[in-house]
Write a protein that binds this ligand. Structure first.
Ligand code: ADP
Length: 470
């Protein structure tokens, strides 16, 4: 089965968050399982063809006289998964989610359908991700590109975050040959329709990134108005948990760490803790309970309840290192607290892949207080690196972090409040201080939890086989 995976990002070429990692890990795992998967993303300016050994394989193709593009090809690292890069003027001069997103992503979605012909490969399945590429099936089934052959292809849409739905003026669809009569019944206002909503209706299968989130977005306000649309898909809407690339994320080989370690030899982890305390300019103190947090700084990630609970937490022997960028007011509040508690809090306001790994490795515990969380990858990276997750029980966090005795993988809080967050951290701290053997047992246990993509492949196989038989 031939599958074209289409997304706005793919690690290591372009990554802003989890979608980048998923666009690398899942295609690689499916390829290993025997599927012919290929990936398509835009060629952003900073993607350097020499650095990644990319080849220009097609120049100046176009789907309308003015919309020309070129295609570069490389491979996902350490794999034989081809990745194509769409080069066009719409993608130049801006970050992944900057500039004219409507223009950029409609261009990507439309061109995706032409790619197989251009590269001499016939995709059976087009796999779109989030609103950015949700219109791929709309172009195939309701536009001037429509042909019996293309309309008979299969289409999957994976929703990585329901909060972003891409409201687009109807006129922009029409300009690109999409038949207004086929989409206007999904319009929210007289002149705009959400790309994600169209994607849900025009795809054969819709998935999201964890079973709990799949329930939440049908049953609660986290569906952001598309609850009924998802419900109408019936069995063709499912939640499949994301995984991690456990070769790429491995503390026993990770070159970013000052010392490597594994379940059988944990010494290196203490060295990573010291190095992190140094880098964050915190007192070197092996007994301090060091907590990490790596996240985009948006209200989704729970910074409000974290900020409220910090002064109380810092009365204990707790240190914290936070890495992220985003909303200015969150950044400013954290910097303010840091000034007051400089021997307790390290704040890094940047995007830094290497530092993120030093944080997973150097911390004792890892906080994920998200208000909602479709899946979340950071709790799984934290587990792999032996940092015990403390999480709000929501979305994919509820499917991966458990506090129940036998299957414990971390500490969880039910209610989204600074009080509940504070008590979960205190429970973790108490275990760390009062029962070191049980703590290290937990650390070693979570390092061995199998969250690999390989463990998720059976679910994808079922879905893909079901899709092809439809
Ligand atoms: P989301 O997709 O909502 O951002 P996820 O938990 O699914 O959240 O994925 C976040 C990914 O982005 C993880 O790989 C995390 O390590 C990474 N990340 C987030 N912020 C930063 C940052 N400032 N520097 C480095 N990596 C980051």
């Amino acid at each position: 089965m031939k599958i074209l995976w289409i997304a706005a990002e793919a690690f290591p070429f372009a990554k802003a968050g989890g979608l980048g990692d998923v666009s690398n890990g899942l295609p690689k795992a499916l390829k290993k399982a025997g599927f012919d998967v290929r990936v398509l993303i835009p060629k952003y300016d900073w993607i350097n063809p020499d650095k990644h050994s990319l080849k220009l394989i097609s120049k100046e193709a176009s789907f309308r006289k003015s919309d020309s593009f070129s295609i570069w090809q490389g491979f996902l690292p350490k794999s034989d998964v081809p990745i194509y890069f769409l080069e066009a003027s719409v993608f130049s001069g801006a970050g992944i989610y900057e500039g004219d997103e409507v223009k950029k992503f409609l261009f990507l979605s439309e061109a995706a359908l032409l790619l197989p012909n251009i590269v001499g490969w016939d995709a059976d399945v087009f796999h779109a991700n989030d609103w950015h590429t949700a219109t791929v099936p709309v172009f195939a089934r309701a536009s001037s590109m429509h042909s019996e052959t293309i309309a008979r292809k299969k289409f999957i849409l994976t929703i990585h975050n329901m909060a972003f739905q891409g409201s687009i003026p109807l006129i922009e669809y029409e300009r690109r040959g999409i038949d207004k009569s086929a989409i206007e019944k999904f319009a929210d206002t007289a002149d705009s329709v959400r790309a994600l909503r169209l994607g849900i209706h025009f795809s054969d299968k819709v998935t999201t990134v964890s079973p709990t989130y799949a329930r939440e977005i049908v049953e609660t306000e986290w569906g952001f108005g598309l609850q009924q649309d998802l419900k109408s898909k019936g069995k063709n809407f499912v939640g499949i948990l994301n995984g991690i690339d456990s070769e790429e994320w491995d503390p026993s080989t990770d070159p970013n760490l000052v010392a490597n370690y594994s379940v059988n030899n944990m010494e290196g982890k203490s060295e990573c803790k010291v190095a992190l305390q140094q880098e964050a300019e915190l007192p070197i103190d092996s007994s301090a309970f060091l907590i990490g947090l790596v996240a985009r700084m948006t209200s989704q990630k729970g910074f409000d309840i974290l900020i409220d609970s910090l002064p109380l937490l810092f009365e204990e022997n707790i240190q914290m290192v936070v890495l992220g960028t985003g909303e200015r007011d969150i950044e400013a509040s954290l910097l303010k607290i840091q000034q007051e508690w400089e021997d307790k809090l390290g704040v890094f306001l940047k995007y830094d892949e290497g530092l993120s790994r030093k944080i997973y490795a150097g911390t004792d515990a890892f906080l994920i207080p998200s208000l909602f969380e479709p899946c979340g990858l950071t709790q799984m990276y934290a587990m792999r690196y032996g940092s015990v997750p403390i999480a709000h029980r929501v979305g994919g966090l509820a499917d991966t972090v458990f506090e129940d005795k036998e299957k414990q993988t971390g500490f969880v809080f039910e209610e989204y409040s600074s009080e509940d967050l504070y008590s979960a951290v205190c429970r973790a701290l108490e275990r760390y201080l009062e029962n070191p053997d049980s703590w290290i047992g937990l650390v070693k246990k979570i390092m061995q939890v199998d969250n690999s993509w390989e463990s998720r492949v059976p679910y994808w196989k079922n879905l893909l086989h079901d899709l092809i038989q439809k």
